[in-house]
Design a protein around this ligand. Structure first.
Ligand code: ADP
Ligand code: ZN
Length: 740
């Protein structure tokens, strides 16, 4: 923190007509620009400035940052112009600084997240549409397509050309022709205002447990101060209904609200429920939006026109001037961690945002993260729990199937017990779901004749067969190869065999075993768009499918009323990552969530978990339905190992195309580690996935006690490392979630 004196000195030394500007690039400093006469700027304004040889958009900051050598005022360049975009609220500047300081990412890169939507900085595009010209004579050449378009346009409404073309089943050329002929006219489409959610659009009634939870959450909102509440309740207990009331209270108090969901859980079901509760659809923010939509929403949020956003993790960086509540649903979900450029955990950063903005944060989950669980235990967070399902239906009974004792038939993946349970379910007219967290047909292909294995040429990874697409794909770099007919090594024809199952192969087995069943296969690589995905989910909800087979996109967020049985094809899959301290936690969460999909509303469901490790604490807890036992076991493990949240971790990955250079650099980096009594550095070790996209990777892991200043240690370390030359990349990940 700069001292007040330094701040004042800085102010005094700078001529009044310059401002510090932050550029959205990988730099941690601002640059001074002269402010030309007639332009007025204030902190948070977006400005166009000459930057190197380019003209780029930057943000006027309120304080110079970084240690760039002072520039001779005579050499300063003037900024070009101030943009029309609404300025960033001051709190967005403070939040960006906080995130940069914590993640050790350059402030400019965090600013880039905050800018989020380039089109917000362009003058709004005037959208034009067409309308019929009243009383105009019909064009002389009236083709059937033209006639249809005029018939539809006869209602006098303004439509975009493409919409009218689509409605009348013709090309936009036909519409252009009608404009040229004077039958239609171009008109501006007025911008659609954002519909305001109405806190009192509907009234819910609550069970006693729910009512207590609602009271507590409303209390947090009314207190109008920073707090964090862990809303812990089994799936189907009504967490969503309950936190909607907190959102309603915040909206009624004139505050903006953010509800964050793991991206994949942005389901139409959720949007429908929001609509029912608040009378409008919420504004959504996720990666499937077009650039124009992003720009419109960004601007709407900054102007306070958007009152509630339902979004994925990047929604946290929108420029809310009046944010008064954040809800993080499925707070345990690893999807809240971003592992690219700015390595941030959106759940943790939403707690920071609440603290800066002095408002409450609600974390909701049926399987809280160990971090949040411990924070609730130690009363750093408030705890609110919903013990039972709203429907009163008991949680499913879960059985483990020991695959060593009850193996599947050769070349098959489903054990006899699971198959007969599926047959019963099908006969009863109910739905089954098979879960396998592995895309494609088979994770490994080899040649029966010479033993050749198909490996990615750029990564240490087997190529995964995708039979529907007839390709072999690398899941790390996107490398792809058409499935060959003969072995590239020994040229033996027809000798390639697929080893192990992916969802496509399980779907094949299901179709063979249950030819009469209607089967749906849900895997992100097979579903072209969010719209399509929502379509499939609707079909499943509507009972149009008997057996669902899916990767983790089926595990979260959905509520399938007819689902009676869940089978986990390989319950051990997530436990294999030895170095990951959260492997057990994550496996427990996933198995609990996916088996919890069965029998949620009117009957008790059944769950089966195929495993080779039935004695593992995760399997024991899943079968016993004993979440507390698992949490206690896991808390003790973390405590003993000084792992999060009892200790802090940072991962450093050094990579280079040259193997020796990567290793040498990693060792050199280690040598510069500051000595410390309490902070230790493990490694360097070759990463489990040692080559990705042709880059050799070495890892270092920094372990620190909870109360230590890990960032200060890492900053001192980084400052001591000599400038790197050549093709070396070093990434730093505070609180890492990936250990591969
Ligand atoms: P969770 O978020 O804990 O999984 P949900 O909020 O999705 O639970 O509730 C599960 C189901 O029960 C939903 O279909 C929801 O509409 C219904 N439900 C929960 N509480 C109520 C309530 N108080 N009144 C009406 N329906 C409710
Ligand atoms: Zn690859």
């Amino acid at each position: 923190m700069d001292s007040l004196l330094e701040i004042l000195e800085n102010r005094v030394q700078r001529p009044a007509a310059t401002v510090p500007v932050l550029m959205p690039v990988a730099l941690d400093q601002t640059y001074d620009y002269l402010v030309p006469d007639g332009i007025e700027v204030a902190p948070g304004h977006f400005v166009l400035v000459p930057f190197g040889a380019q003209s780029r958009i930057g943000i006027v900051w309120d304080m110079p940052r970084g240690d760039a050598a002072p520039v001779d005022p005579k050499k300063l360049k003037p900024l070009t112009s101030r943009l029309d975009a609404p300025p960033l609220p001051a709190i967005s500047l403070r939040f960006a600084e906080w995130v940069a300081r914590y993640t050790l990412a350059p402030l400019g890169m965090v600013a880039r997240r905050v800018m989020g939507a380039e089109p917000a900085f362009e003058p709004p595009k005037r959208r034009v549409g067409v309308r019929v010209v009243e009383g105009a004579p019909a064009p002389s050449r009236l083709s059937p397509a033209r006639a249809r378009a005029l018939e539809i346009a006869a209602d006098g409404l303004i439509r975009s050309k493409s919409e009218l073309a689509q409605l009348s089943g013709c090309s936009t050329g036909v519409i252009d022709g009608l404009v040229a002929a004077g039958a239609l006219v171009d008109v501006a489409i007025p911008p659609q205002p954002f519909a305001r959610p109405r806190p009192d659009a509907s009234v819910s009634s609550f069970t006693d447990d729910q009512a207590r939870a609602v009271e507590s959450l409303r209390g947090a909102v009314e207190a109008d101060a920073y707090s964090v509440t862990l809303l812990d309740g089994v799936t189907g207990s009504g967490k969503t209904e309950v936190y909607f009331e907190a959102a309603a209270a915040a909206l009624a108090n004139g505050r903006q609200v953010l509800i964050m969901l793991p991206e994949i859980a942005l389901t139409s079901q959720f949007l429908d429920r929001f609509h029912r509760r608040f009378g409008v659809r919420p504004v959504e923010w996720h990666s499937a939006l077009t650039a124009t939509e992003r720009g419109r929403i960004w601007t709407g949020v900054a102007r306070g026109e958007v009152r509630c956003v339902v979004g994925a993790r990047s929604a946290l960086f929108l420029p809310y001037p009046e944010l008064g509540l954040i809800v993080v649903d499925e707070e345990h979900d690893p999807g809240f961690k971003q592992d690219d450029r700015v390595h941030y955990q959106a759940r943790d950063m939403s707690v920071v945002r609440g603290n800066l903005g002095a408002f409450p944060v609600i974390l909701a989950s049926a399987t809280p993260s160990i971090e949040s669980h411990v924070n609730a235990l130690t009363a750093r967070y408030r705890a609110v729990s919903l013990p039972g399902r709203f429907s009163g239906v008991a949680l499913p009974e879960v059985q483990a199937i020991n695959m060593k004792v009850e193996p599947p038939d050769p070349g098959k993946w489903l054990s006899p017990r699971l198959v007969s349970a599926m047959a019963e379910t099908l006969a009863a007219g109910q739905q089954s779901l098979l879960f396998l967290n592995r895309r494609g047909y088979a994770p490994l292909t080899l040649c029966r004749s010479c033993g050749h294995r198909f490996e990615c040429p750029q990564c240490t990874a087997w190529l995964v067969e995708h039979r529907f697409k007839k390709r072999l794909n690398c899941h790390h770099c996107g490398f792809s190869l058409a499935l060959p007919e003969k072995c590239p090594s020994c040229a033996a024809p027809g000798a390639l065999v697929a080893c192990g199952p992916g969802v496509e192969r399980v779907a094949e087995e299901v179709s063979e075993r249950f030819p009469e069943a209607r089967v749906a296969l849900l895997s992100s690589d097979l579903i072209p768009s969010l719209v399509e995905m929502r379509h499939m989910i609707r079909a499943i909800e509507g009972g149009e499918v008997d057996i669902i087979i899916g990767t983790q996109i089926v595990a979260k967020g959905h509520n399938f009323p007819g689902l009676a049985l869940v089978g986990v094809v390989d319950g051990d899959l997530g436990l294999a990552h030895g170095a990951d301290p959260r492997a057990a936690e994550r496996t427990f969460q996933l198995l609990h969530q996916v088996t919890g999909r069965a029998g949620r509303t009117s009957f008790v469901g059944r769950g089966f978990v195929q495993t080779h490790l039935p004695e593992h604490p995760v399997m024991q807890a899943i079968v016993a339905g004993d979440r507390e036992a698992f949490l206690n076991h896991e808390v003790r493990t973390r405590q003993k190992g000084m792992l999060p949240p009892y200790g802090r971790l940072a991962a450093i990955v050094v990579s280079a195309r040259d193997k020796a250079l990567a290793e040498r650099t990693a060792r050199m980096v280690l040598q510069h580690a500051p000595r410390s009594e309490t902070i230790s550095v493990l490694g360097p070790a070759e990463a489990p996935i040692s080559i990705v996209r042709g880059r050799h990777r070495w890892r270092l892991l920094v372990k620190a006690p909870r109360e230590s200043d890990l960032q200060a240690y890492l900053r001192a370390w980084a400052a001591d490392i000599p400038k790197l030359k050549g093709d070396i990349r070093i990434t730093l990940d505070i609180d890492p979630y990936s250990f591969l």
